[in-house]
Design a protein around this ligand. Structure first.
Ligand SMILES: NC(=O)c1ccc[n+]([C@@H]2O[C@H](COP(=O)([O-])OP(=O)(O)OC[C@H]3O[C@@H](n4cnc5c(N)ncnc54)[C@H](OP(=O)(O)O)[C@@H]3O)[C@@H](O)[C@H]2O)c1
Length: 244
């Protein structure tokens, strides 16, 4: 709670479906004031808003005006963004030679440009609150700096986001603002298509699929832990939240 009585909220981009939904649900259950965003699927966003009892605003995070108006709407509601989960991302696949320039640009704009813009916009409020938490969602295996055949653009963008995560952590080390990355393996949303599951398992760094609840639990852990910053937490089937 800020001195002026405003509520500190956790902003989760894309927090209405798939992993974003799991994070929103986990944090809401833990008692956080959650605010989520959607871009395309209004019906599903409205269903999640009702299901979780959270506000969900429309915003394309790559558009400056959308991000500015998102924060204005949150602040007009007597709330301050005290924590950010940069979850929104696109996932273009295919060899670099055939990937469209638009898809290439979009993945960098969403994972890198937008996350950086949201962090910058959130800082004054976090300073007002006396501190804050920023969690960027990455992907498992980034720290190896390996080559990829089908997801190189996405992995390159997430690697850039990892460098930004550590750099922001360093820049904000005296401001009580912790910046970390949670990097999941291939997430298991319970899809019952065995061919798809086998393909995903082959592509997964660990050979197994990852529980979205474990990923959400890692995000919650980082929100609840005071002095961890600049870290990349990999969440794959070998990960157990209790080992942190
Ligand atoms: N799924 C996996 O196996 C996996 C593995 C490792 C890491 N991750 C990471 O986990 C995060 C969530 O993945 P997911 O599986 O939930 O992916 P997803 O189902 O494709 O969801 C992506 C989310 O990002 C939002 N988004 C994309 N572009 C946007 C934009 N320009 N403005 C605002 N929102 C935008 C989407 O909103 P709309 O649908 O409304 O456009 C959607 O909510 C991503 O960062 C992803 O890279 C996922």
């Amino acid at each position: 709670m800020a001195d002026n009585g405003e509520r500190s909220v956790v902003l989760i981009t894309g927090g209405y479906r798939n992993l974003g939904f799991w994070i929103s649900r986990e944090l809401k259950k833990a008692g956080y004031y959650v605010v989520a965003t959607y871009r395309t699927d209004r019906e599903r966003a409205e269903a999640t808003a009702i299901d979780l009892h959270i506000p969900i605003y429309k915003a394309d995070v790559t558009i400056r005006e959308d991000v500015l108006s998102l924060f204005e709407r949150i602040e007009a509601n007597d709330s301050i963004v005290g924590a950010v989960v940069n979850n929104a991302s696109t996932f273009p696949t295919g060899p670099l030679q055939t990937l469209s320039l638009d898809d290439f640009e979009d993945t960098f704009r969403t994972s890198v440009f937008a996350s950086n813009m949201i962090i910058n916009r959130a800082l004054p409020g976090m300073n007002e609150l006396g501190g804050g938490k920023i969690i960027n969602i990455g992907m498992a295996g980034l720290t190896e700096g390996r080559a990829y055949t089908r997801v190189a653009a996405h992995a390159a963008a997430k690697t850039a986001l990892m460098v930004l995560t550590r750099s922001w952590a360093k820049e904000l080390r005296n401001e009580n603002i912790m910046v970390n990355m949670v990097s999941p393996g291939m997430i298991d949303y319970g899809r019952e298509d065995e061919e798809w599951r086998a393909r995903m398992r082959r592509a997964a760094p660990s050979g197994k699929l990852t529980s979205p609840l474990e990923v959400a639990s890692a995000v919650r852990y980082l929100l609840e832990t005071g002095d961890v910053s600049g870290k990349v937490i990999e969440v794959d089937p070998t990960f157990n939240i209790s080992s942190l």
